[in-house]
Design a binder for this molecule. Structure first.
Ligand code: GRF
Length: 209
């Protein structure tokens, strides 16, 4: 293990499938470096919760306002603090995070997006919509982006990107699966670099070195 490592306690926010959550949990480079402490969803049940149960990780549902079985964001914030969470990873979380929570994790909240931002991001650009839009645009390259979270959808500083050649794809589904494969490598790598203190912001650009 490298000398200078910050032990990361992650909360992973999800809305559905949870394949990026699984990629983090299965990542060899993150073993002994990052532990998923909590899985958070805006749904009462989702596939990612099944993964959490299999790994015996606590999971909770969250919403703004009041709903049976759901925490509100103040309660969630308390829980994150109690668990000493020091990095929040949004991996397919479809709801906007309240600004108060974003402020509590300055440069410690990241999101993965399935396209090369700043293109094909923003409102409505989630899940398969993204790949369909990329396919219809005729672009020859797509990819995955990990960025810091700010108060606007997909607009925080870009940390890392992985480009995928889609020049010979004949349907959007193919783009989706190639990009997902890239995501599963990129997200654990960024978390790893984060733990090693390699990610720095200088003049509003993110450097990894
Ligand atoms: C991923 O494509 C991610 O980039 C996007 O939502 C999808 C989540 O997939 N934000 P999964 O739940 O991790 O399988």
């Amino acid at each position: 293990m490298p000398d200078k490592v910050e032990q990361l306690k992650l909360a992973v926010f999800v809305s559905g499938r949870g394949s990026n959550l699984a990629a983090i949990l299965e990542s060899e480079i993150l073993k002994g470096i990052a532990e998923v402490i909590l899985v958070v969803s805006d749904k009462s049940e989702c596939k990612a919760f099944e993964i959490a149960r299999n790994y015996k990780i606590n999971y909770v549902s969250v919403c703004t306002g009041k709903k049976e079985g759901f925490l509100n964001y103040d309660e969630l914030s308390e829980l994150l603090k109690e668990n000493c969470v020091n990095l929040i990873v949004l991996a397919g979380f479809l709801k906007m995070i309240p600004p108060e929570l974003i402020k509590e994790y300055p440069e410690r909240m990241i999101n993965i997006h399935p396209a090369l931002l700043p293109f094909f991001g923003g409102k409505g650009m989630f899940g398969f919509n993204v790949h369909k839009a990329v396919f219809e645009s005729g672009m020859k390259v797509s990819g995955a982006t990990v960025h810091f979270v700010n108060e606007r959808y997909d607009e925080g500083l870009i940390i890392a990107q992985s480009a995928v050649d889609i020049s010979n794809t004949v349907k959007a589904e193919e783009i989706a699966s190639r990009v997902l494969e890239a995501e599963h490598k990129l997200l654990p790598k960024v978390i790893y670099d984060f733990a090693l203190g390699k990610i720095k912001i200088i003049n509003n650009r993110v450097f990894t070195n």
